[in-house]
Ligand binder design. Structure first.
Ligand code: HEM
Length: 336
């Protein structure tokens, strides 16, 4: 997972951002202890509490707010964006190749969205608020509704096998053969209207970014950050996040650099490494497996199979199949 999260930005940005091998400097050691237990509660801030607790959470981890703002930019990949390519451009997976939709692109659309008015955030209060409208259940959906849902699911996968799997699940849910998985709602409702969208230019967003995506695809925390960018809030955390988000909207290179160092810092802080391997650290370089399957798996490479020449080219000829870890690949990937 650690390699996966580090390599995905490199591949999805087509080599623009480099996390692992930066001019030969190898930065992430192998030997992180993973757990089969789900992460305990409290590792992520409770989003319903707003900016103050969000800021306290990151401060407690030793991560600065500019770094946190850079890390949150990885939410550019959130799959709620479905088939959306950009303003006025929605991909049709029945007739087009949708592997270039926004959720597969490591680009700054996250910051453009954050800084595009108008965002309203509402923390639900069940004792006062009317009940939320219930989403259309898959069970008993009409053919038109199920087709639309299937298209959305298609855009979430580049692999034909996973597309088929998601379609089969939908059909089974529609027929009542399996239960539908319900989203757990965090109690934050974000309203994102296009009414004042062009005012985003004040915060660095191009006018061509309007109209923005029709509904807020990100989390409640992202919405608080967005409000800060759009001028809401006068506290020190608001100002710091506002400055960072507005900087990253206009300067992708600054985001890349901030993301890279914050990511390495985050992994170093949050990860537990096995003492035995840390006695003789071996750093991840992307060249561990002879098969190149780990690159394919980690990189969300466009097509299935081992890393292509293009993916390997991202490593500037440093892709070296004679790594001392080569033998461990049989168990960690799909064989050598
Ligand atoms: C306040 C901190 C954070 C919160 C509350 C949070 C929460 C979430 C939630 C709820 C989702 C699922 C969204 C959805 O599909 O509806 C998500 C997705 C994601 N998060 Fe975070 N996150 C946080 C920080 C981070 C950080 C620091 C990173 C990495 C540097 C990260 C990377 C991702 C990625 C890549 C996804 C997309 C996964 C996918 O859709 O396949 N998140 N996050």
């Amino acid at each position: 997972m650690q390699v996966c999260a580090a390599v995905a930005p490199e591949v999805l940005s087509n080599g623009r951002i480099r996390i692992l091998p930066a001019n030969g400097t190898r930065v992430l050691p192998v030997g992180r202890l993973d757990s089969i237990e789900p992460a305990p509660p409290g590792l992520l801030p409770n989003v319903s509490v707003g900016m103050a607790d969000f800021a306290r959470f990151w401060a407690a981890q030793g991560i600065k707010l500019r770094e946190a703002t850079a890390l949150m930019g990885s939410h550019a990949l959130i799959d709620e964006q479905g088939c959306f390519r950009g303003p006025k451009d929605v991909c049709d997976p029945t007739t087009e190749d949708c592997s270039d939709v926004r959720m597969f692109r490591w680009e700054d659309h996250y910051y453009k969205d954050l800084c595009s008015p108008t965002l309203n955030v509402h923390v639900s209060n069940p004792t006062v608020d009317p009940p939320e409208p219930i989403e259309t259940p898959t069970l008993g959906m009409t053919e038109g509704e199920i087709r639309a849902e299937m298209n959305r699911m298609s855009c979430s996968f580049t692999s034909e096998a996973f597309r088929n799997m998601s379609h089969n699940r939908l059909r089974m849910e529609q027929a009542g053969l399996i239960a539908e998985q319900k989203d757990v709602h965090d109690g934050i409702y974000v309203e994102w209207s296009n009414k004042n969208c062009p005012a985003g230019v004040l915060f660095g967003v191009n006018a061509s970014h309007c109209p923005h995506f029709p509904s807020w695809p990100y989390t409640g925390s992202d919405a608080y950050l967005g409000q800060a960018c759009q001028g809401v809030g006068r506290s020190a955390p608001h100002s710091q996040m506002r400055a960072a988000a507005r900087e990253f909207v206009v300067d992708q290179a600054a985001w890349d650099a901030a993301y890279r160092s914050a990511y390495i810092k985050m992994v170093s802080i949050f990860a537990t490494f096995a003492p035995s391997v840390m006695a003789q650290p071996f750093n991840i370089s992307g060249d561990e497996c002879v098969s190149r399957y780990h690159l394919e798996a980690a990189c969300a490479q466009e097509g299935a199979g081992p890393a292509t020449e293009d993916t390997m080219a991202l490593y500037d000829g440093q892709y070296n199949v004679s790594s001392p870890l080569a033998d461990s690949c049989a168990s960690c990937s799909q064989g050598r």
